[in-house]
Every structure is written in C-alpha cells, then in structure tokens.
Design a protein around this ligand. Sequence first.
Ligand SMILES: Nc1ncnc2c1ncn2[C@@H]1O[C@H](COP(=O)(O)OP(=O)(O)OP(=O)(O)O)[C@@H](O)[C@H]1O
Length: 263
Amino acid sequence: MRGAALDLDAVTIKFGDFTAVDSVDVSVRAGEFICLLGPSGCGKSTLISAIAGFEKPANGRIHLEGQEIRGASLDVGMVFQSSEALFDWLTIRQNIEYGPKMRGVAKKERQALADEFLSLVGLAHCADQLPRQLSGGMRQRAQIARVLANEPRVVLMDEPFGALDAQTRQVMQQELDRIWRTSGCTVIFVTHDIDEAIVLADRILVMTAGPEATIKSSYDVDIPRPRDEAGDEAIALHRKLREDIGAEVRKALQGQGLTQEGS
Ligand SMILES: Nc1ncnc2c1ncn2[C@@H]1O[C@H](COP(=O)(O)OP(=O)(O)OP(=O)(O)O)[C@@H](O)[C@H]1O
C-alpha cells in the first residue's frame, strides 16, 4: 500500500447560504499523519467529508496525486466514530472481505487480504464472530481492517476512538501508530483530544471556530515515536495547543452568546 499526497486549494464548503469551511489551503505529503483539532462544530467532519468526496466544495479544489477528487473513490477510506458502521449480520471476516468482493476481487485473493488485515489489527482469532460479540475497541480494529482491505491510499478517521474508555483508547493509539507505519497510507485523523493528536501526528492542524472556519495554525510534531504524552516536549506542546484551541473555543462560545468578552 502506498500513501498519496493531497492538495487542498482554497476549499470552501457551504450548506445553502451557510459557509461552514472557508478557503482552506493544505498540502499533505504522501504517508503523512495529520491530526485535525478545533472547537466543536467548527467544520472538521465537513472538511474530511469533502476529502472523502461526500461533500462537493462550493469553491476550490482537492487533488489526490494531481487528480481532482470529484466523488467517493476507493483511494480514500473513512473510519467512523461508531463501530455501527460494520454490518452487524456479517462476521468480522465477511465485513473485511465485503469491499474487495464488491470490487470483484477473486475469492482466494480476498481471503488472503482478509487474513492479512485480520492479523495486522490482531483479530485473527475473532474472524468468525459477529460484531456484537466483540468489545468496542475490537470493533474499531475491525472497522480499520475493513477500510484497509480496500487498499486506500488515504485513510480519513473521524474521532474513531471517541467512544472508547481511556485505557482502550491508549492501546488503540499505539496500535494505530503501528498499523499506519506498516501500511504506509496517508492518514487524516479528527480528534478533540490534544494528547491523542500529540501521540499520533506528524503534523497537527488547528481550525478556527466556525462559521467560515479555516486552518488557524500548523504544528510539526518532532517528538520521537513511540511517544509519551507525559514527556517534557509533549507537555510543552500540549500547553501551546490548549491555548491556541482555547482562544477559538472562547470565540465560538461568544458567538453563541454563552460567555462575556475577555472571560
Ligand atoms: N449537512 C449539513 N447541513 C447543514 N449544516 C451542516 C451540515 N453538516 C454540518 N453542518 C454545519 O457545519 C458546521 C460544521 O459541522 P461539523 O460537523 O463539520 O463540525 P465538527 O468540527 O466536525 O464538529 P464536532 O467537533 O462537534 O464533531 C456546523 O455548524 C454544522 O451545524
């Protein structure tokens, strides 16, 4: 699997007269791990929906390795927060084989793909179970395997660990770090959790409060992997990000009339 470069050029996304995202410019390197942070409701999901080809920008363009993204494609996979995205009547193996089957991959080859990704996410022993028989963390691993079995070049993740308890979340972050390095794909990961972004990202992008949200700042994370969120560098970066995002959250709350100016 090979990651793809992405170029977002003046991307604006509207819902009717409402401009959710305004003029976003971002270049992502092939194989890069980007985390997207920002106040609740600023437009993170909207932006990655446009990269997935689910939303069409009102202005601007998104290119994957120079090809304009005009709709959903197998090059871009999406992992959602809810593991209900799995088909609950299919076994884990059948869920993983579903995408390859739909694109006409022969039975033997898709069985091999399923074996490869079941083993990559550590679920080989659960292949024949149904999603409801697995824990939340295991279901999220199955979702990741299902997406990777389509051999995407870019994986978009919308708060994939948001519903997990703190311990499971930490294990899943370590697992994702390993899976990403093995698979080589480009990842864009939406999260509310600053520590999660610090542990995972090559680069963290902070969005402004919406409407008309855009990219406010970009932080290269040069801390050696595997990372410890309690290390000095991580703590210093956490502080900077908290201030940066906090200013946007206050703006968003003021916009909703919920705080006084300067509070
Ligand atoms: N289909 C839609 N129709 C109209 N407005 C929408 C639609 N989808 C999103 N919005 C609006 O666009 C803005 C951005 O929403 P979005 O879900 O992208 O934010 P977010 O940063 O992902 O939020 P959160 O962090 O809470 O998940 C919000 O004001 C939201 O109400």
